[in-house]
Design a protein around this ligand. Structure first.
Ligand SMILES: [Zn+2]
Ligand SMILES: [Zn+2]
Ligand SMILES: [Zn+2]
Length: 277
């Protein structure tokens, strides 16, 4: 499997829209890997994860082609992960998609609400343009040929937060952002299933700040998740560990973040990074 990150920032982006902090100024000046858009990724170019307001930018600059992608799993309803207003752009007359497959969203009941509103407002289901499937946690679903299991995340409960296990029969991955240290029920599932993951992508909103445990994580907490996954038997020597979803408030440039994350055995994602496992 291959995961490509199109965006790796938390809600504000780096540089933040209105921000004049030192890191945001540095990013504006230097560009490159210090520019981070809102979080989005795709598995093998087929299964999209999240639909942020920067999706348009990812189709323009990131190589994302939504004529080729028909399924999107949503982590939760916060606007940096789900910008449902843009679905109007798939209405008849607004888009001339190649092929007749609808674009289907999979999400928690809570996160589905804003998608449902837009679908109803513009009749997108009847037009066969956008479909919505609500998924329950801890149950396997087949999506685009992958087995996808949603686990509940430690994050704003009003946003219906999930993180995901995605498997293709040969390898498996965890994709989590906006999780905090995993909740007990998620650990029970992981301990029961004992899947060995080839790739683990964890929230690191706080970069190298210390002790960020609830709703989001910092490197030290992500390292605790890593240790526990290893002791649970969910990883081996070949597991690739990666951090993403960074806030400018963490203050580190990509180079400095690589130094800090390297001490915990994590690679640092950037917009455009592809990882094969
Ligand atoms: Zn977020
Ligand atoms: Zn800033
Ligand atoms: Zn969030």
């Amino acid at each position: 499997m291959k995961l490509k990150y199109y965006g790796t920032a938390a809600a504000e982006g780096i540089p933040g829209l209105f921000c004049g902090c030192e890191l945001c100024r540095y990013a504006r000046e230097h560009g490159g890997r210090d520019i981070r858009t809102r979080s989005q990724a795709a598995v093998d170019g087929r299964l999209l994860i999240d639909f942020p307001p920067d999706t348009l930018m990812h189709t323009i600059c990131g190589g994302l082609d939504l004529n080729e992608v028909h399924s999107c799993i949503i982590t939760h309803s916060h606007s940096d992960h789900l910008y449902a207003a843009d679905l109007e752009m798939r209405r008849k007359g607004f888009a001339h998609p190649s092929g007749d497959r609808p674009f289907t969203f999979y999400s928690s009941p809570k996160a589905s609400e804003s998608i449902r509103d837009i679908i109803n407002k513009y009749d997108l289901e009847k037009q066969n343009r956008v479909l919505l499937k609500v998924i329950e946690p801890y149950r396997p679903y087949t999506i685009e040929g992958y087995t996808v299991v949603a686990l509940e995340a430690n994050h704003d409960p009003n946003s219906g937060p999930y993180f995901y296990i995605i498997s293709d029969g040969k390898s498996s991955m965890i994709y989590g952002n906006d999780t905090g240290y995993f909740p007990q029920k998620a650990w029970e599932y992981l301990e029961r299933e004992k899947i060995v993951f080839g790739f683990v992508s964890l929230d690191c909103t706080g970069m190298d700040m210390k002790g960020m445990v609830n709703w989001h994580m910092s490197l030290d907490t992500a390292a605790k998740v890593k240790e526990r996954l290893i002791s649970t038997g969910c990883a081996d020597q070949s597991t690739i560990w990666c951090v993403h979803h960074f806030s400018h408030n963490g203050g580190l440039t990509h180079a400095k973040l690589e130094e800090a994350a390297g001490r915990y055995g994590f690679i640092v994602s950037y917009d455009g990074l592809e990882v094969e496992f």
